[in-house]
Design a protein around this ligand. Structure first.
Ligand SMILES: Nc1ccn([C@@H]2O[C@H](COP(=O)(O)O)[C@@H](O)[C@H]2O)c(=O)n1
Ligand SMILES: C[C@@]1(CO)OP(=O)(O)OP(=O)(O)OC[C@H]1O
Length: 159
């Protein structure tokens, strides 16, 4: 097989703070997120998608929340590590498609910055990275603004 598909999902609760990290971009918000690392749900979902495509477990197995090294870590390092794992095995990213679920912050104004940042870390063109967003129409934990979720799908192709 010359392609492998993977999917990932992540959630973080909102907590004290004045911004959220999304796709490596600092997005101003009236809340932060509760997390061991910088709590970037976009990158965490994308890491899990890539690890899933490689059948290499999940992000918590590679970067345990019990490990002080990952306290407040920049999640972009996790993403670059996942790419290295793929490259070592003869794979590169084909494309990735991500959906962020929250009422606020508005993701749209930051989507281009997120695409550029992720494309740089994953060594692909900006057109290979898609960022979408939706509210959940005020339903559920995202609808009550208790937290933020992201889903990611990626395709790996033979280098
Ligand atoms: N956090 C969000 C949520 C949504 N958007 C954009 O608004 C559009 C409408 O959202 P609905 O949930 O009402 O369908 C959506 O398609 C996104 O373009 C956003 O930027 N940030
Ligand atoms: C990223 C890690 C790093 O310790 O911790 P969190 O920032 O809490 O994020 P989560 O999405 O729960 O993934 C688990 C961990 O790998």
């Amino acid at each position: 097989m010359n392609i492998r598909i993977g999917q990932g999902y992540d959630v973080h609760a909102f907590g004290d703070g004045d911004h959220v990290m999304l796709g490596g971009v600092r997005v101003p918000h009236d809340r932060g997120v509760v997390a061991h690392s910088d709590g970037d749900v976009v990158i965490h979902a994308l890491c899990d998608a890539m690890l899933g495509a490689l059948a290499l477990g999940d992000i918590g197995q590679h970067f345990p929340p019990s490990d002080a090294r990952w306290k407040d870590a920049d999640s972009r390092a996790f993403l670059r590590h996942c790419l290295a794992l793929a490259n070592e095995r003869g794979w590169r990213l084909g494309n990735a498609d991500i959906t962020v679920v929250c009422e606020r912050p508005k993701v749209g104004p930051h989507a281009q910055g997120m695409r550029a940042t992720l494309a740089q870390d994953l060594q692909v063109a900006v057109d290979d990275i898609s960022i979408k967003a939706t509210t959940s129409e005020q339903l559920g934990f995202t609808g009550r603004r208790e937290g933020i979720a992201a889903m990611a799908v990626c395709l790996l192709v033979r280098s």
